[in-house]
Design a protein around this ligand. Structure first.
Ligand code: AMP
Ligand code: MN
Ligand code: MN
Ligand code: MN
Length: 277
């Protein structure tokens, strides 16, 4: 059976390895078909494709788009996109635009909470100035000893209601799915189990996504707990969605689930890649 990982980050967004190094990491973990899906950015795709092919992996060009839906941040993965599509590039550029100003505000909030210099400190961890992420703040706070690991930083400082949380309006669901389809891609709801929706809200999200032509949801992802795999497998089938699988890898040692330990998709679902490889 092919080992497929369709959700990974490089230092072009909030991962720490270059696209080529992520490809090597994936290959070492036994991956046969791989997608790079940086946040709101496709700048790593060309290098990732070359590295994947050099390593004998099939490659899927991807992106993970930040959207705001019903007041919450949701992530939509686009797979098999043409990364040179002009409308997609414009949409992603617009989505990235507010990140630096948000970062400065996060820095100000953290300073008020007794953590000075966080904007400048987080910038030290940023490789792509257009893509400052909360993850970079998390790494800075861990480095400075405020927290033991990045999940703790999110829990204490960076999630809604916490001192360093700055609300932000991302793209709309309709725009993100439209950009992905316009670029010839397939739209996938990333880690649906991670959002703080009621079952009713989640159902509305799935219905709206389906209506827009969205094709799949992630079922097995490093961002789900193992007990969520069967839940989302069942929901994929109930809604007629294909299923995707990916580690959501960001950095060695930072993952919730080890790269090589993520299980395959349950046999009950149809993989999003069923007619690709
Ligand atoms: P941003 O796009 O700047 O809001 O940052 C979102 C990123 O933060 C996600 O893609 C994850 O990489 C990371 N993240 C969000 N929540 C957590 C968490 N609880 N623990 C660790 N990383 C998280
Ligand atoms: Mn991330
Ligand atoms: Mn995500
Ligand atoms: Mn991700």
């Amino acid at each position: 059976m092919l080992k497929v990982d369709l959700h990974c980050h490089s230092n072009v967004s909030d991962g720490v390895l270059t696209p080529a190094a992520v490809a090597q990491h994936a290959r070492k973990a036994g991956v046969d078909a791989w997608a790079l899906t940086d946040h709101d950015e496709v700048g790593g795709i060309a290098a990732a494709r070359i590295a994947a092919h050099d390593l004998g992996m099939r490659f899927v060009a991807g992106v993970e788009i930040s959207i705001t839906w019903s007041g919450e941040t949701v992530h939509i993965v686009g797979l098999n996109i043409d990364e040179n599509n002009a409308a997609l590039l414009r949409g992603l550029a617009a989505t990235r635009e507010g990140r630096d100003a948000r970062g400065r505000e996060i820095g100000e909030q953290l300073a008020k909470a007794g953590i000075p210099g966080a904007y400048e400190g987080a910038l030290e961890f940023v490789d792509n100035p257009a893509l400052m992420s909360r993850t970079h703040f998390a790494r800075f706070l861990v480095q400075q000893g405020y927290c033991a690991n990045t999940p703790e930083v999110f829990r204490k400082y960076l999630s809604e209601g916490k001192p360093g949380y700055v609300p932000h309006r991302w793209a709309s669901l309709e725009d993100a799915v439209g950009w992905i389809h316009g670029a010839g891609g397939t739209a996938v709801i990333a880690h649906p189990g991670r959002y703080r929706f009621t079952q009713l809200q989640q159902g509305v999200l799935f219905d709206e996504f389906k209506e827009l032509g969205g094709a799949a949801i992630e079922v097995v992802t490093g961002s789900h707990t193992p007990d969520q795999y069967p839940v989302y497998a069942q929901l994929a089938n109930a809604y007629g969605f294909l299923a995707s699988r990916g580690t959501d890898f960001h950095a060695p040692g930072e993952a919730r689930v080890d790269f090589a330990a993520l299980p395959p998709l349950p046999a009950s679902v149809t993989p999003v890649w069923h007619d690709w490889f």
